[in-house]
Design a protein around this ligand. Sequence first.
Ligand code: HEM
Length: 355
Amino acid sequence: MADNYGPLVVSSWEIAKDCFTTNDRTLATRVSIVAGLHMGYNNAIFAFAPYGEYWRSIRKMVTVELLSSQRLEKLKHIRFSEMDYFIKDLYCLSRNGAESCAKVTISEALERFTFNISLKMLVRKRFSGCTYAEVNSEPWRYEKAIKEAIDLFGIFVLADALPYLEWVDIQGHILDRQVGTERWVEESDIKNLKYLQAIVKETLRLYPPGHITRIREATQDCHLAGYDVPKGTCLIVNLWKLHRDPRVWENADLFQPERFMTTESHLDVRGQNLESMPFSSSRRSCPAITFGLQVVHLTVAKLIQGFEIRTIDGMAVDMEEGLGFALPKLNPLEVVLSPRLRSELYEGLQDVNKY
Ligand code: HEM
């Protein structure tokens, strides 16, 4: 069927519910793709692994040993120190700039920051030169290869989850009020920053970094929305389309974070509410939900507390999307950053060179 018609594409939450509840197990295996076979050591990378004993044991190991709340608590020094280096790097760059501001390709900087956190958590190593100052250093020469692999695998980086700037001004002031200007925002502040949370939810709704789920394959005949779906059928859930369903969302294409504080305040993004599930749902959903949300919230909070952020010449943010599983931005986002707190706060951050 897939050979003749291509994969089934699910774009409504009702059918997604059929996929992720009654048929979740039947649809839990992945189609084998060329990148997974050749670059993923014959689908040994567990995001590509067929459903079965191997996938179950790796997923369990990753969930317990790397991404559980307890482990993330133990590894929090890594996220925090990487964030410090990242912010301090940006600050040093702006200090070197002519008018105490710096022109930065923020999407690329965030990409490198993401690599550093993940690598540090996994193998206790990082690419030296957190972001830009040492971008020409030896390790970053491999960046092109890594990026190509990422594109081929359809992995997304946290940078893809941070596309909006319009709201940063408001947020900077909200942070000043809630956290003050005498200390840096901390992870424990996030629960009180409701508007920031709503912005992250709305961004993940309109621009889910994984805009389609990875391709599933039915391991036996099943029924979906009243249709007979034969064994072997390939299926993807189009999260991007589902998140813009006008039957569910008023002004579905507009960026309105307030909706998550009013009419949609009951919706979360962890896969319980199928109307908005940027991490997908059920057994093949993203195992890094907690980690992803922790890093996105704190990074955004620190960036907007620490800097005034403008686009070059005040241009609107170019939201055009490129091709790829991971919904990358077509054009990298360049911004101008000016520090907005007293210098001692930046200087007190951990120093990348001492690392
Ligand atoms: C905001 C950030 C992120 C979002 C929105 C996101 C979203 C997703 C989505 C939509 C899927 C596909 C699930 C499916 O096919 O139904 C997925 C799978 C996956 N994600 Fe994430 N993800 C994020 C960050 C991460 C991070 C940081 C990691 C690694 C530390 C990660 C590791 C994985 C893995 C390993 C899978 C495959 C799971 C499996 O096949 O069992 N994700 N993610």
